[in-house]
Ligand binder design. Sequence first.
Ligand code: ACO
Length: 439
Amino acid sequence: MSSSATGAAKPTVTVTLDGSNRSTRLPVLSGSIGPDVVDIRKLYGDLGVFTFDPGYGATASCESKITYIDGDAGVLLYRGYPIEQLAEQSDFIEVSYLLMYGDLPTPSQLEAFRKGVTYHTMVHEQLRRFFDGFRRDAHPMAVICGVVGALAAFYHDNLDINDPHQREIAAYRLIAKIPTIAAWAYKYSIGQPFMYPRNDLSYAENFLYMLNAVPSESWKPNPILSRAMDRILVLHADHEQNASTSTVRLAGSTGANPFACVAAGIAALWGPAHGGANEAVLKMLGEIGSPENIPQFISEVKDKNSHTKLMGFGHRVYKNFDPRAKIMKETCHEVLAELGIKDEPLLDMAMEMERIALSDDYFIQRKLYPNVDFYSGIILKAMGIPTSMFTVLFAVARTVGWVSQWKEMIEDPSQRIGRPRQIYTGATQRDYVPVDRRG
Ligand code: ACO
């Protein structure tokens, strides 16, 4: 097969199946920014061949207007706005509006959205009992995955995905209820009473309240910690077609309800190669123990037979730096200063690890840099959030990304069920042999 780009005004790629006289011209599509993409939809019909791209390293699975990443330049834009500006000047609720609706809200739109989300923060009282069915030592990701999936059983009044109003209500419910569910998963694991949401607090404050407050004592938000939590939520809110978002879209493409789709996204996020990395970073730092063991650990990472990865390093798309990691590192210093933590061995070790890795040929050649998860775990630990809750927190933040991407997909007239193909390398057709004639 050979290919060549042709044409100036409307470029196409001509693909010729060598030795067959068959060729086809494939259109080249341009986005508003980013590399052009070859539209291969008629390739199979014209030439009878598929493309092969395991891991989707060279495949755009959809058209989207939500998030843009330039991995070489370290750029991340939500609806065109740089993540640095949003992390500095906006807040999670405004960013949620932006992701869902495409533009920054006017003051009255923002107020209405804030009220709308806040209105839905409670969960059906009967849903409380679901928690009792889990073991106390269950991982909170297992709990939230189950409880979010169960929301469809409680809110089936608005499950018609073809009705824009019902889609919106479901989206509000998910964004509003996920902190409540997440905090209750934590409270359940430590045997403390569930704290009901407080709608007089901001989204981040309320989440911290439900995690940390107890009914017997008064609780006051700490503005620096609330701001740090808000920033963590903003930084994790969306990230283009990553594994969990693609899972949500794939599940949604079948017409499944949004609660089921987000539960599928939570399951995909759980893995250590994705959202589970922040938890894995702390585990890794704990196992290394002290800075003098770092060189030994780095040699282990470089040994292919060890299967050890430097957690919190590397990214499928970022090949220069992860802009979120930079903000996270600054926030980490702010939080430690606010909490009066002058000497945090984990932070010292993380910084030393970063220094060593960034000057090591193995990491330089493979363009491996710290990702968002490298520092987030240290901040969360300093804020008193247990390690098992780190990925849960990521899920709380990413819910708005998932519902925005799900909504965009449902509203896309070209949307079809997601159904990849394969290269089949198994046995060719053969005849069944009864068991007594085998072996
Ligand atoms: N430590 C050591 N080596 C690494 C790492 C790492 N963290 N990441 C990639 N590499 C190596 C690979 O072994 C491979 O080496 P090779 O070319 O000699 O075979 C090369 O770098 C390219 O890596 P790939 O595995 O092809 O990269 P891919 O894009 O498939 O994976 C991923 C990206 C999953 C993030 C990977 O870098 C990784 O596992 N990192 C650690 C886990 C992590 O931090 N995940 C969080 C991602 S961000 C997020 O989800 C919020």
